[in-house]
Design a protein around this ligand. Structure first.
Ligand code: BG6
Length: 283
């Protein structure tokens, strides 16, 4: 990292070690946050006086070539298992710190870049931690042919108990159910009593995660995103994952700001795209 550590410290950022990885720890009056340079992975976002909005598995591996289980994995430049590695290369590569700043509103910004990223494409990640957490993933096509990208900010939210959670804001939206291999239309809010793995199409609506156990509501806004993935592995799938505790499915839900499934981003030469999300607690 080419940054002066004392300059970072003046901006409220410390560099900590997590196994072999470097983690930027942001601390300001509004919040704290941790961002791992491996994967450009936001691990934690704690608004002042509150509990973490993000969840990370106690069984996560912190190894080169593996994605951290939890936080906000950056799935890019493809989503899913269309190619190997699953969910693209960005979440298993090292990112560089490009910029760090304290903002006038008391929040803190860091900008990371992935270089070299993928053939002809570059990726930059903007993270701002304050009274909300904003994350933006910018893709630029530097090549001379058009490129197609699928992507997700694969956010793992921390919940009190999955059976006390409702995901609201997708009522009436059509979705592909990857567990049942069917297409369906959402009726009401999403509740969880089994494995859930769905891609909601044509949706950029604001989503609210209602948690009756932690007694809180998390608002998830998105932009440059036209699809949403909602995922919980439930019992059997959790038991098959080496980096996920058997009972941890109760503590998390993924609501992912995405361009995935039928929704793809086509970038002509020279074009760029921003996928963004903002998460915050609401009353
Ligand atoms: C979700 C997918 O986004 O990520 C699921 O819809 C997948 O199908 C899940 O199981 C976790 O993926 P991974 O590669 O991190 O285990």
């Amino acid at each position: 990292m080419n940054f002066d550590l004392s300059d970072l410290k003046n901006k409220g950022i410390q560099v900590n070690a997590l196994h072999d990885f470097s983690v930027l720890h942001i601390e300001n009056e509004l919040a704290s946050a941790d961002i791992c340079l491996h994967g450009g992975h936001v691990l934690s976002y704690v608004p002042a006086g509150e509990k973490d909005l993000l969840w990370v598995s106690r069984h996560s591996l912190y190894t080169e070539g593996k994605a951290i289980r939890g936080g906000i994995p950056v799935c890019w430049p493809w989503f899913g298992s269309v190619k190997s590695p699953a969910h693209g290369v960005a979440r298993i590569r090292n990112w560089s710190l490009k910029k760090a700043a304290s903002e006038a509103d008391g929040s803190t910004t860091v900008v990371l870049s992935l270089e070299p990223a993928a053939e002809g494409l570059s990726a930059e990640l903007y993270v701002n931690a304050g009274s909300s957490l904003r994350v933006e993933l910018k893709t630029v096509n530097h090549g001379n042919v058009s490129a197609t990208v699928t992507e997700a900010l694969h956010t793992y939210f921390s919940v009190g108990d999955i059976e006390g959670v409702q995901v609201c804001g997708l009522d009436g939206m059509s979705y592909s159910d990857k567990v049942l291999n069917t297409e369906a239309v959402q009726c009401g809010s999403i509740v969880f009593d089994r494995e859930t793995d769905r891609v909601y199409d044509d949706t950029d609506s604001v989503i609210v995660i209602r948690d009756s156990v932690l007694n809180r509501k998390i608002c998830v806004e998105r932009w440059g995103s036209n699809s949403t993935i909602v995922w919980n592995p439930w019992i059997e799938k959790a038991a098959k994952m080496a980096d996920f505790g058997n009972d941890e499915y109760r503590e998390m839900v993924c609501v992912e700001a995405a361009n995935a499934g039928r929704d793809k981003v086509c970038l002509p030469p020279g074009a760029s795209h921003i996928l963004g999300t903002r998460i915050r607690l609401i009353g």
